[in-house]
Every structure is written in C-alpha cells, then in structure tokens.
Write a protein that binds this ligand. Structure first.
Ligand SMILES: [Zn+2]
Length: 404
C-alpha cells in the first residue's frame, strides 16, 4: 500500500479513564496524544462530555457579542428588539452548531455551562441589573434555556433527517410517518422525458369531449417553496373550471404544507410544531417549579416563544431588584432599607406612597391585594408608562432617595 502519511500532523486521542497513555510510534516517529480535536466545527474531548465544545463555542459567541456591542456603542444606538434578534440569529446559532451530535440528552453539567453562556446575553437584552434571575429574563424575552432550544433542534434533526425514532415520552410519531424532502430536478422534467414518463398535449379544445379523460396540472411558487399538483376528472361540462381550480388549490397546499390534501405522510411543520410544543411544556414545568424569579412568575405564570414588550424599567420594577433600598439591605449592600422620606424603600413604596414620586399619582392597593395590583399594572399600558417614569426618575436622582 502506498499511502502518504504525515507523522507531524497526526495525533491520537484516548477515550478512556486511564491516565497513562500508551506510547505510539509510526515509522520511528512518535505520535502525540491530544485531549481534544476539532471535526466539522465540533470539539470532541477525551472525556466525551462536550464541555470543551460548549466552552470554545461560548467564548467565541461572547467575543462576537463584544464586537457587535462595540459597533453598536454600548447602550445607545441599538434597540432591544434588535439585540434580541442578534441573539437569536447570531449567538444562538453559533452555539447550536452540530447540536444533534452532542445535545440530544444534555447532562446537568452541560445545561449549567450553556446557561452560564446564555446569561450575559439575556442581561444585555434587558439592560437590567446583574442580579436579575435568569429564569425571569427567559420568560420576559421568550427565550427558553439554551439547552432546551438546542435539544429541540437535536430532536428534530434526529427524527426528520437522521430518521432515528425519539423516545415515546417525546413523541409516538415514527420517522416513517414523516414525509421525505424531495430532491429537486436539475433540468425541467418536460425537456428530458424518461421512457416511463408521458408527455401531454395542451388541448383546451378537448375539454368538452366526453369520451376522454382530462388531466389538469398547476404549479405554485410562494416564499415557502414550490408545489405542483395534478387533478384528474372524468368528463363533465364543468370539468374545465373545477379542474383548474382544484389543481391550483392542491398546488398551493403543496407549497404551504409540503403535501397536497391527500395526506399520507406528516409534513415537516407538523413534527416541528409537535417538538416545539414539547419544549414549551418542559419550559413551563421548569418555570412553575423553579425557585428563582418568583416575583415575575406571580405576574407571568405562562411562558411563550414570543418576547413581551417589557423594557429595562419594567424588568427593574417588577423583579424588584435594585435600586430599591429594601433590596440593597437584603443583599447587604446597604445598612438601611428606608427611603429618605421615611417609608420602607420597596418598589411599591415608590409607585404609590413616596412623596418624591407622588406626581405620577398611582393608587395604593389595599393590603393583601398587592399581587393583583402588580398584575394589573403589568397588563395596563398607562400604568406601565407611569412605572417607566418613576424608575427613570429614581435612577437619575439617586441622592434624593438615599436615607440621611
Ligand atoms: Zn419614599
């Protein structure tokens, strides 16, 4: 065998708990051992726990975000929804690379690591304080834990592309229930007919004839794709209209659902929707049983993939993190939880009691109805605009609120 071999470029990796490695030589050259290698953009480490890959991709994503931040100029110049979009389309995509290979069943360590990389981005989107709980930010911005998003994609790739069944607790749908994506023709099929294909003549004049069968064809192209359909009708005087309309409808269905109305297999959007629903359920359970972000949970018990229209001031007020004295005292950042007016410096105090913010004129809730009050305020735009004003005022006049 005459195989050229580059000893210098060759390394070996040992997937074993053994610390001592065997000595490997080839034609008298020593082959070095490595702890990890990169293949098709995925870092494979010798412990096979994927932490090396998450670390490398995460660092790359953070560097990317810093560069984007520099271009956008910190807090100004780029709106929240654009930062959100950048996260979804750039940062998340970087971390999602090859997730079907490594994130089908993430371990606890992997989940934690992924979360640590997602958190700075959530904070960047919110512009809120660093202490705001991750789970709350995820719900507010409609972004599930990173491991969930990647798991969703890994599951989809597994069943739809690799044709490997998923565990029954995720779905009973089997790979063979799903339609396959057809590969496209390189030439127009009518130009190079194979012996088993038939060429039709376009003869509108035959439509009225009762002794032949009419076949109607149509194609449809919309942004989601291209579809084609045909419709066979036995002769009838109305066949013309019905046939063309029917073929047109079927072709449109084909572009939208990947399948004309004669469903035999499930189309791609079906399985995607199903897996998305599963992730949403898992996220909802996690949010419900979580122990952080409870103040936000009481206002938003449900989760969704759509971001709420909350801005920085909403996040600060409703999560009740900073700059309120009661919060600062709780975290030993201040000795006093009093506002300079003499009241206890809680979020509610500033919205309804404090003499310095009285001009916003929000009515104080009856005791034991604070939760309802917060919920109502969160869902009323006029009230929220007042909250924005109050939080901005406090942030700009810190000294005014500091106890003497
Ligand atoms: Zn006050």
């Amino acid at each position: 065998m005459n195989l050229p071999f580059q000893q210098k470029k060759t390394n070996y990796i040992l997937f074993s708990k053994t610390v001592r490695s065997p000595k490997i030589t080839w034609n008298g050259y020593k082959i070095n051992r490595v702890k990890s290698f990169k293949y098709l953009g995925i870092h494979v480490d010798d412990l096979l726990n994927w932490l090396e890959h998450i670390n490398k991709q995460g660092e790359k994503a953070i560097k990317m975000q810093q560069n984007l931040k520099r271009i956008a100029g910190g807090n100004w110049g780029i709106s929240q929804i654009h930062i959100w979009t950048l996260y979804k389309t750039v940062i998340e995509r970087m971390l999602a690379h090859g997730s079907s290979a490594w994130c089908l069943n993430p371990t606890f360590k992997m989940k934690r690591k992924l979360s640590s990389f997602q958190r700075p981005f959530l904070l960047h989107i919110s512009g809120a304080y660093r202490t705001t709980p991750t789970a709350a930010l995820q719900t507010i911005f409609g972004i599930p834990s990173l491991h969930m998003q990647l798991q969703f994609e890994a599951r989809f790739t597994s069943i739809y592309r690799l044709r490997i069944p998923l565990p029954p607790f995720i779905t009973d749908t089997q790979p063979h229930d799903l339609e396959m994506k057809a590969t496209s023709w390189s030439t127009h099929p009518s130009e190079h007919l194979k012996p088993n294909q038939i060429s039709f003549e376009d003869r509108e004049t035959y439509i009225a004839r009762k002794d032949i069968i009419n076949i109607f064809t149509d194609g449809s192209k919309i942004e989601h794709g291209v579809g084609a359909a045909f419709c066979v009708l036995t002769n009838d005087i109305w066949a013309c209209n019905i046939g063309n309309e029917r073929a047109d409808r079927l072709a449109k269905d084909a572009t939208q659902y990947g399948q004309p109305s004669s469903h035999t297999k499930l189309p791609k959007p079906h399985i995607k929707g199903l897996l998305r629903k599963r992730i949403l359920e898992e996220w909802k359970t996690l949010w419900k049983n979580g122990d952080t972000g409870r103040k936000i949970y009481n206002i938003m018990p449900s989760v969704s993939f759509r971001p709420t229209n909350w801005i920085r001031e909403d996040v600060i007020f409703f999560s009740q993190h900073r700059p309120f004295p009661a919060y600062l005292k709780r975290f030993h950042l201040s000795d006093s939880d009093y506002c300079s007016c003499g009241g206890i410096g809680m979020a509610l105090h500033y919205a309804t009691e404090c003499i310095y913010t009285a001009s916003w004129d929000m009515r104080k809730p009856a005791p034991n109805f604070e939760q309802e009050w917060l919920k109502r305020v969160a869902n009323t735009l006029v009230s929220r605009l007042k909250i924005h004003g109050i939080i901005k005022f406090i942030s700009e006049n810190r000294d005014l609120f500091r106890p003497p």
